[in-house]
Design a protein around this ligand. Structure first.
Ligand SMILES: C[S@@+](CC[C@H](N)C(=O)[O-])C[C@H]1O[C@@H](n2cnc3c(N)ncnc32)[C@H](O)[C@@H]1O
Length: 286
């Protein structure tokens, strides 16, 4: 599924994956929320936000949150349900290049479970390049993708292929299990446990796995400040010689609360909530 028409058909009725409230969804959202437990953002952006459940969770960490999705139907549902978030329709690459969006000082940008819907490598690279043009210099980016298995509608990554894709533009500062694969005995157990306990069990199981043995993996990244210039050329040079560049991560904005939650770089916004980010809203108001 790639075109807007296909996605509108997909969203003909609500919750088309029958997914919302599933253990996987709750584990993904719970894991990201816990990692960001002590983070406070001024302006967050959720790309490929679907019906807005994750955007809504992010809005608890941000003064102002925006979400975009290719499907107008998904966006209308999201907006009706989560009025605290500003939703808009748009294809990810077009949104990421809109002048009114590019000039906003996002300090958190999320692209969760969306990039593998782009089928061609050049479109994926184009999307990652466009996303890297977003946000303030200190913006924290979050990506999540599926790195195992096959699907009729999607072209998944492998862990290495995703890291290679974003490497020219982003410095990955953390990668972590988002939803682990599970053995049959655990599947059986999850089927009979009450949902709330099942979520805790699957989260705990996921936390004990390595990213190599996960289905969904999460990544925090910072954009390479010199993307497009010297850092990029270095990468291209290394790639053309068949080398894999290994680079020390940037200093990690440090871990705060439970489960390795990530707190933004020290500064006023890390310790107190500040007024809404300045700048006009790109969303037309009735
Ligand atoms: C699996 S859902 C993920 C929803 C949400 N990000 C989450 O993690 O729960 C994928 C979403 O990406 C959207 N999408 C797919 N291709 C897109 C594109 N090229 N531009 C914008 N959104 C896209 C779909 O409409 C769908 O809502």
């Amino acid at each position: 599924m790639e075109s807007r028409e296909e996605w509108e058909r997909w969203y003909a009725s609500p919750n088309p994956w029958g997914n919302e409230g599933s253990l996987e969804d709750r584990v993904r959202i719970g894991t990201l929320s816990a990692r960001l437990e002590r983070a406070r953002f001024q302006l967050a952006l959720d790309l490929g936000c679907g019906e807005g459940v994750m955007s809504h969770a992010l809005s608890r960490r941000a003064e102002r949150t925006m979400g975009f999705d290719i499907s107008q139907r998904a966006i209308e549902r999201a907006q009706a349900r989560f009025p605290d978030v500003e939703f808009g329709q748009g294809e990810i690459r077009e949104v990421a290049r809109r002048p009114d969006i590019v000039r906003l000082p996002f300090d958190f940008v999320c692209a969760a479970e969306v990039l593998y819907y782009l089928q061609r490598d050049e479109d994926r690279l184009d999307a990652v390049q466009a996303i890297s043009g977003l946000g303030a210099p200190h913006c924290l980016f979050f990506f999540s993708v599926i790195v195992r298995g096959d699907s009729k509608y999607r072209r998944y990554f492998t862990l290495d292929s995703f890291l290679e894709l974003i490497d020219p533009y982003f410095n990955v500062i953390d990668s972590f299990p988002f939803v682990a694969l599970r053995p049959m005995w655990l599947d059986g157990m999850l089927r009979i446990l009450p949902a709330d306990i099942g979520v805790r069990v699957l989260r705990r199981w996921t936390q004990t796995r390595t990213v190599e043995s996960c289905k969904h993996v999460g990544f925090f990244a910072l954009k390479r400040q010199a993307a497009g210039s010297s850092t990029r050329r270095l990468h291209e040079g290394a790639a053309s010689h068949g080398e894999r560049r290994v680079e020390a991560p940037l200093p990690l904005a440090r871990l705060g609360g439970g489960e390795g939650s990530l707190t933004p770089a020290p500064g006023p916004s890390a310790t107190r909530r500040t007024p809404r980010a300045a700048g006009p809203s790109p969303f037309p108001r009735a």
